[in-house]
Design a protein around this ligand. Structure first.
Ligand code: AGP
Length: 607
C-alpha cells in the first residue's frame, strides 16, 4: 500500500506535494519521490527512506519549481526498497506514480523488452510509462495513450501521470483508492483524505475505471472507454488526526476493517483458478520431494498463524509439521537438517528471536522460507526464500490484518506444495481457490455486524478474567483472541484447548468468568458442546462464536454470534475477526491506548 499525491493549480506545487506526502507516510515509508513540471521540463528526485530525506533536497531548490507535479511514498511490494525502485517512474518524457499491484507486469515487461524498451527498476509500475510511450509513438494523443494502457493492465492501480510536452495531469483508478481534492483554482489527487484535508474539504471519490483529466484549470471525468462520467463532490469535515486513520478512531480498527482488501491484495497474481494452480513469483523452492519435515517458527500472533498452518499442511500434505515459539526453538538445539524446511512467519521481518531461529536453521542446513509483510526486512532478505503478505503497513501494535494474510499465504503455500508433490489434484486446488476467493466478502459480512460485537464488549468490559476455549484448528484461533484482549485491554485472558478444561482450568469456572468458545460445526463440535455443558453447570457465562445457527447449545449460552461458513482450514480467518473486534471495543471502552498499548512495541527487535 503506497501513497500518491498530485497537484495542478495556481500555487507552487513542491511544498504542497511534500506536505501532503508527509501526511500519507503511514501508508508506506521505505522510499519517496517527486516530479515537478515547469515550462515543458519535468524535474525528478527520488530517495530511499522517509519523506524528510527527500524534503531536504527539494525544499527551496530552484530546480523544483512548477505549478504541476506528482509525489509518492512507497510500501514496497515488488522490488526491494531502493532509489532505483522508488517512484516516480519515467519512460521518454512520461512520468508515473502508482499505488496498487499490476498482476500481469511480467508478461507486459517481457513484451516491451522484446520491442527494445529498457527498464531500470524491478517494480511492476515501470511497465506503465513504457506502455504509454508505446502508444504515443504509434500516433495516439496523450489521453488516448493512457486509456489504451489502462486497458492492458490487470490488477489494481491508482495512478498520477504527467508528460513534459503536455500541460495536463491525468489520474486513474481501479481497485486502489484515489480521490480528487477540489480547491479554489487548484486541484489535488491523493490516495487518502489525510493528504490534503488541510487544503480542501471538497472531495470527489473516484470509482473503478474512472480517469480524471486536469487541463487549463478544468477537470474532465471520463471512463477508460472515453465516455464522460459524473461524480458528486462531497464535503468532508474530518480533523487531521481523524483523517490519517481514514475516519477510524484507531489504526487497529482501520486495519481490522482493511482485512478484506488486505487478503484480496495478498491473493492477487498468485491464484490461477482456471488452471487450478497457485504460484508465487518471488518464491524459489528447492526440490521438496526430499523434504522430510516442515517447521513453522514465529512469535506472538505470527506463532498462532503457524499452528493454523500446521493443521492445514498435515491434513492435506501428510508431511509432519512442527511448530515452536522462536525464543524456545533457538535454545533447544533443534534436530533438523538439509531435508527440513523451516518456515519463519513475521509481520515486521525484524523480530530478533525469529531471525535467530532462521540462523539456527541455516546453520543446520535446512531450507529457510520467510513469510513477511515488509520488503527489505531482515527475514525477507536473508531467508533462502520469501513470500510476502500484501497487507500494507500495519501501524497498530496489535496485529490483525497481518495475521489473516499470513493464514492466507500459508493456505496458498499448502496448495502450491500439494500440487508440486502430486498430493493435491487440480480440481481440489480449484475448489480451495474458490473458497479463499470468497473470504474477503465473508469477512465483510462480519464487519457489517460490528455493532453487535460492540454491544457484547459493553456487556463484558467489567470482567477481570476471561477463558477462551477451542478444539483443533479453533484452538490457535482462541489463543489469538485471548492475546488480542490481554495486550490492548490489560485484562487477563487465557486460551486453552477445550479438551484440557477438565485437567485444571475448570476450577476457575464461576459466574465471574466469561468463557469464549469458538465452535464451528466441524469434527470437534460435539465434544465442545460437552465442554459448554460443564461450564453452564458451574454458572460460567458463555460467549459462543459458531457458523451453525442451529447449534444445539444456542439456547443455553449467554451470547451467540453466527459466523459465515467456510472450509475447515480457512475458518480461523473468519472466527478471529469478531475476537479482534471484541478485544478492540472492550479496550476502547476502558480507554487504554489501543494503538500503542503499555510496555509493547510493534516489532520486538531485541531478545
Ligand atoms: C501481536 O498482536 C503482537 N504485536 C506480537 O505478538 C507480534 O505478533 C509478535 O511480536 C511477532 O511480531 P512479528 O510478526 O513482526 O514477528
Amino acid at each position: 500500500m503506497c501513497g500518491i499525491v498530485g497537484y495542478k493549480g495556481k500555487n507552487e506545487a513542491c511544498d504542497i506535494l511534500i506536505e501532503a506526502l508527509k501526511r500519507l507516510e503511514y501508508r508506506g515509508y521505505d522510499s519517496a519521490g517527486i516530479a515537478l513540471w515547469n515550462e515543458g521540463r519535468i524535474a525528478i528526485e527520488r530517495k530511499k527512506g522517509k519523506v524528510d530525506d527527500l524534503k531536504k533536497i527539494v525544499y527551496n531548490n530552484d530546480s523544483f519549481k512548477g505549478k504541476m507535479g506528482l509525489a509518492h511514498t512507497r510500501w514496497a511490494t515488488h522490488g526491494t526498497p531502493s532509489e532505483r525502485n522508488a517512484h516516480p517512474h519515467k519512460a521518454d518524457d512520461v512520468v508515473v506514480v502508482h499505488n496498487g499491484i499490476i498482476e500481469n507486469y511480467i508478461e507486459l515487461k517481457t513484451k516491451l523488452k522484446d520491442e527494445g524498451h529498457k527498464f531500470l527498476s524491478d517494480t511492476d509500475t515501470e511497465v506503465i510509462p513504457h506502455l504509454i510511450t508505446n502508444h504515443l509513438r504509434k500516433g495516439m494523443n496523450f489521453i488516448d495513450a493512457v486509456r489504451a494502457t489502462l486497458k492492458e493492465l490487470k490488477g489494481s492501480y491508482a495512478l498520477g501521470i504527467i508528460k513534459e510536452t503536455e500541460k495536463t495531469l491525468i489520474a486513474a483508478k481501479k481497485e486502489s483508492p484515489l480521490i480528487v481534492g477540489v480547491g479554489e483554482g487548484e486541484y489535488f489527487i491523493a490516495s487518502d483524505v489525510p493528504a490534503i484535508i488541510n487544503r480542501t474539504n471538497r472531495f470527489i471519490f473516484l470509482e473503478d475505471n474512472d480517469v480524471a483529466i486536469f487541463k487549463d484549470g478544468t477537470l474532465l471525468l471520463i471512463n477508460v472507454d472515453g465516455k464522460e462520467v459524473q461524480r458528486k463532490v462531497h464535503e468532508v469535515y474530518w480533523t487531521e488526526a481523524m483523517a490519517e486513520k481514514g475516519g477510524y478512531k484507531h489504526f487497529m480498527l482501520k486495519e481490522i476493517f482493511e482485512q478484506p482488501r488486505a487478503i484480496s491484495d495478498t491473493l492477487i497474481g498468485r491464484i490461477k483458478e482456471e488452471k487450478g494452480l497457485v504460484e508465487f513469483e518471488e518464491l524459489k523452492l528447492p526440490d521438496i520431494s526430499k523434504m522430510k519435515k516442515i517447521w513453522m517458527i514465529a512469535c506472538g500472533t505470527s506463532y498462532h498463524a503457524c499452528i493454523i498452518g500446521k493443521h492445514m499442511f498435515e491434513a492435506n500434505l501428510r508431511i509432519p509439521v512442527e511448530t515452536d515459539i522462536a525464543s524456545e526453538f533457538r535454545y533447544r538445539d533443534p534436530i533438523l537438517g538439509k531435508n527440513d524446511m523451516l518456515i519463519l512467519v513475521s509481520q515486521s521481518g525484524e523480530t530478533a528471536d525469529t531471525i535467530a531461529a532462521m540462523k539456527e536453521g541455516k546453520k543446520r542446513g535446512a531450507y529457510t522460507l520467510s513469510v513477511c509483510n515488509v520488503l527489505g526486512s531482515t527475514l525477507a532478505r536473508e531467508a533462502d526464500g520469501v513470500i510476502f503478505t500484501h497487507a500494507g503497513p500495519e501501524i497498530g501494535v496489535a496485529s490483525t490484518k497481518a495475521f489473516t494474510t499470513q493464514i492466507s499465504v500459508l493456505f496458498m503455500l499448502m496448495l502450491h506444495i500439494g500440487k508440486k508433490l502430486g498430493k493435491m489434484q487440480s480440481d481440489e486446488i480449484r475448489n480451495s481457490i474458490g473458497e479463499i476467493k470468497k473470504i474477503p466478502h465473508k469477512i465483510q459480512t462480519i464487519l457489517d455486524m460490528s455493532n453487535v460485537i460492540e454491544e457484547l464488549a459493553r456487556k463484558y468490559m467489567g470482567f477481570k478474567d476471561f477463558l477462551y476455549l477451542g478444539r483443533g484448528i479453533n484452538y490457535p484461533t482462541v489463543q489469538e483472541g485471548a492475546l488480542k484482549l490481554k495486550e490492548i485491554s490489560y485484562i487477563h485472558a487465557e486460551a486453552y484447548a477445550a479438551g484440557e478444561m477438565k485437567h485444571g482450568p475448570i476450577a476457575l469456572i464461576d459466574e465471574n468468568l466469561p468463557v469464549v468458545f469458538v465452535s464451528p460445526n466441524d469434527h470437534t463440535y460435539k465434544k465442545t458442546c460437552g465442554n459448554m455443558e460443564e461450564v453452564i453447570t458451574r454458572r460460567g457465562r458463555i460467549l459462543l462464536f459458531t457458523d451453525d445457527n442451529s447449534h444445539e447449545m444456542a439456547s443455553r449460552v449467554d451470547n451467540l454470534f453466527i459466523l459465515p461458513k467456510t472450509i475447515y482450514e480457512l475458518q480461523p480467518i473468519l472466527s478471529v475477526v469478531p475476537l479482534q473486534l471484541l478485544a478492540y471495543y472492550i479496550a476502547n471502552f476502558l480507554g487504554t491506548d489501543v494503538d500503542q498499548p503499555r510496555n509493547l512495541a510493534k516489532s520486538v527487535t531485541v531478545e
